[in-house]
Design a protein around this ligand. Structure first.
Ligand SMILES: NC(=O)c1ccc[n+]([C@@H]2O[C@H](COP(=O)([O-])OP(=O)(O)OC[C@H]3O[C@@H](n4cnc5c(N)ncnc54)[C@H](OP(=O)(O)O)[C@@H]3O)[C@@H](O)[C@H]2O)c1
Length: 311
């Protein structure tokens, strides 16, 4: 087992060429951690990804070849670090089981952050309608806990890039300027946050004993809004009132049922966030830790600032 050289943990990011993963790599470097990236072979011949990898190397990232399907590559990578952060897409969730085996066998990992980065899978109230999206994340949690691997789960709720670019209007690429659809009564609050801010909060937890074996919730005060509040904010910014079309819960459920998966995914996440209130219906204090209270120094992009960028 390699020895830790500094006081800061060495961090391995799996999924480093991805949208969240590249932000995790940058946040890790910015915080002064020795940073490793496990990268799949095809990324080296992809023009954009190879450029990214070259810039990572120039910044001191140790690039390792491997994949979640290759146990030996995982074991070798894991043995070189103290902390593993995984940011692979949700269709790879269960493939983290081999990684868990490698972490167990290596025996040197002080903390594992599995690929979650959404609503808390143990809290969501839409089980059975999301085609296993959250159930698989829960299964990985239980594997980690059963193996006795130290962990931190990051529950960041929605990434801003997911529904906010259209102001929660599936099928649109920008917020509407005439007519807007509001799901439910529009009063249920949901949380959105930028990838880079999720990455910064995640890296803050790494050497923080308070965040060991618990869930870190990200619910920044400037990022918790209902659809009615989002629309009102947008109207103020564009100086115009929008025509509102309300889609009640029963109608949204019908849309979800009648639209084949995965085309109905956006509607499922809207139902979870803006009708069931899965981001905000429970108190953080009874379930884990509040990232904004632990790390008040982190400057995050607010929803209002994000909407300004769409004007
Ligand atoms: N809350 C939200 O609103 C929201 C929205 C989107 C995503 N997320 C979550 O954020 C996390 C990251 O998602 P993302 O959108 O940033 O992902 P992404 O951009 O699709 O990137 C995925 C990364 O994983 C790598 N990867 C995929 N399969 C792999 C395998 N078998 N072995 C090793 N590496 C593999 C990819 O490598 P290659 O370059 O080789 O393809 C890429 O680096 C996930 O947990 C996802 O559920 C949350």
């Amino acid at each position: 087992m390699a020895m830790e050289t500094g006081s800061k943990s060495r961090i391995l990011v799996i999924g480093a060429t991805g949208t969240l993963g590249r932000n995790l790599v940058r946040a890790s470097l910015a915080a002064g951690h020795s940073t490793f990236a496990l990268v799949r072979e095809p990324a080296f011949s992809d023009p954009q990804k190879s450029l990214l990898l070259r810039s990572f190397s120039a910044d001191g990232v140790n690039i390792l070849k491997g994949s979640l399907q290759d146990f030996q590559s995982l074991l070798e990578a894991v043995k070189q670090v103290d902390v593993v952060i995984c940011a692979v897409p949700s269709n790879q969730t269960l493939n983290q089981k081999l990684l868990i085996q490698a972490i167990k066998e290596a025996g040197c990992i002080k903390r594992f952050v599995p690929s979650e980065f959404g609503a808390d899978p143990d809290k969501v109230q839409i089980l059975g309608m999301d085609h296993g999206h959250y159930e698989m994340k829960t299964e990985i949690r239980r594997c980690i806990e059963n193996e006795g691997i130290p962990y931190t789960y990051i529950s960041c709720n929605l990434l801003m890039r997911y529904l906010l670019p259209s102001l929660v209007q599936p099928g649109l690429n920008a917020p509407p300027r005439d007519k807007i659809t509001i799901f439910g009564d529009g009063n249920v609050k949901a949380v959105s946050i930028m990838d880079i801010d999720v990455a910064t909060f995640t890296i803050c937890t790494i050497d923080d004993p308070r965040t060991l074996d618990t869930v870190l919730y990200l619910r920044p005060p400037g990022n918790v809004y209902s659809m009615n509040e989002l629309v009102e904010m947008w109207e103020m910014k564009i100086g115009k009132m929008l025509e509102k079309v309300y889609v009640p819960e029963e109608q949204l459920l019908r849309i979800i049922q009648e639209t084949p998966f995965p085309s109905n995914r956006h509607f499922i996440f809207i139902y979870s966030a803006f009708i069931k209130g899965d981001h905000t219906y429970f108190s953080i204090d009874s379930s884990g830790l509040d990232g904004c209270k632990l790390y008040p120094h982190v400057k995050y992009t607010t929803v209002s600032e994000y909407l300004d960028s769409l004007l």
